[in-house]
Ligand binder design. Structure first.
Ligand code: DGY
Length: 330
């Protein structure tokens, strides 16, 4: 009997879904939105593998609803804060993600946010579009130079390093703070968090959301930054205390911010007050959104499923988790 795989979305880019269909019986959510947890559990009952996105809750309730056949949940995302890792470990289920394929694309977007926030691009463009560009003024939309500025990277993994490489082209001084990368390299100097916050003109976040990193940037950290500085995040919303950030920017204690991720996603029509702030550039979680990168993410998730279902170790299990299911499953 063929293995059964559920895709939690029907509109996945690239050739991955077709490759999967050649090897397994594939079912997919067909709605244009995303399934509710109940709908997901119903669709997934009895499957051997699930290809999920980073915002599908992969929790004990889902795993139990699927049942003992479930061998692997492959995320088409790098972030995995939606996964109950302990529940997966208890049940011997492999969970994979997509490191390696989206770092450069996300670093591109990080730089777009840095430039947009430092040079006030959305506000300037909106004033043009509103017909307010009536005269050239020397003091209109003055921002801060990106070239030659100091960039502080909190988190120095694949994406942080890719941002550092871009910063070199801008002649920036780069600092990083990461308990897993405590040495200097040819791109960046390792420093403590206090030094990074005090000396950086741009602080950019590149850490996963975990219990340790939740609200890593809050009132105290924002107060430690230069009033002329910019905070950028393409990581996860929960890493920044958004109320504290809003307060810091509104009160002028922080120049600006560039955000791709939020504590509440998606926003729908209930927009966060961050969106209306002139000095906060906001995007709808598009860090990895290029055709080739999104296809590569789905492809890697498919490879992980095909590997595990054919008895091989997964290529990219979540950090610190096993690459093969704990037991031969029914
Ligand atoms: C990721 O891969 O983590 C991106 O944020 C998309 O979910």
């Amino acid at each position: 009997m063929n293995k059964r795989v559920l895709l939690t979305r029907g509109n996945l880019p690239g050739h991955g879904p077709a490759r999967l269909s050649e090897a397994a019986d594939v079912a997919a959510w067909t709605g244009s939105d995303k399934p509710t947890p109940t709908e997901l559990a119903g669709l997934a009952t009895g499957v051997d593998a699930i290809l999920a996105l980073g915002n599908d809750p992969v929790d004990a309730a889902l795993m139990d609803a699927v049942g003992p056949a479930l061998e692997v949940v492959a995320l088409a995302s790098m972030g995995f804060d939606n996964v109950d890792r302990a529940a997966a470990a208890e049940r011997g289920i492999v969970v994979t993600h997509t490191p390696g394929v989206l770092a450069e694309t996300t670093a591109d977007l990080t730089f777009a946010l840095i430039l947009a926030a430092r040079r006030r691009l959305p506000a300037a463009g909106a004033s043009l579009a509103a017909g307010s560009w009536d005269v050239f003024r020397m003091d209109d939309y003055l921002g801060f130079d990106v070239h030659g500025a100091t960039l502080g990277l909190i988190g120095y993994g694949q994406i942080g390093r890719a941002v550092a490489r871009r910063a070199r082209g801008f002649g920036m001084r780069v600092l990083h703070h990461d308990p897993y990368a405590i040495a200097d390299d040819d791109l960046s100097t390792a420093v403590g968090l206090a030094t990074l916050l005090a000396e950086s003109d741009v602080v950019s976040l590149h850490v996963p959301l975990t219990e340790e990193t939740r609200h890593l940037v809050s009132v105290r950290e924002l107060a430690a930054m230069k009033p002329t500085a910019t905070l950028v995040s393409t990581a996860r919303g929960g890493v920044v205390d958004e109320a504290a950030l809003l307060d810091a920017v509104r009160s002028g204690r922080l120049h600006s911010a560039g955000l791709d991720v939020y504590e509440r996603e998606p926003m729908g029509r209930e927009l966060s007050p961050l969106v209306a702030e002139e000095h906060i550039v906001t995007l709808p979680h598009i860090g990895s959104a290029t055709e080739s990168t999104r296809a590569a993410m789905v492809d890697l998730a498919v490879d992980n499923i095909l590997d595990v279902l054919s008895g091989h170790p997964a290529r990219t299990p979540l950090p610190g988790t096993p690459a093969s299911p704990a037991k031969v499953r029914v």
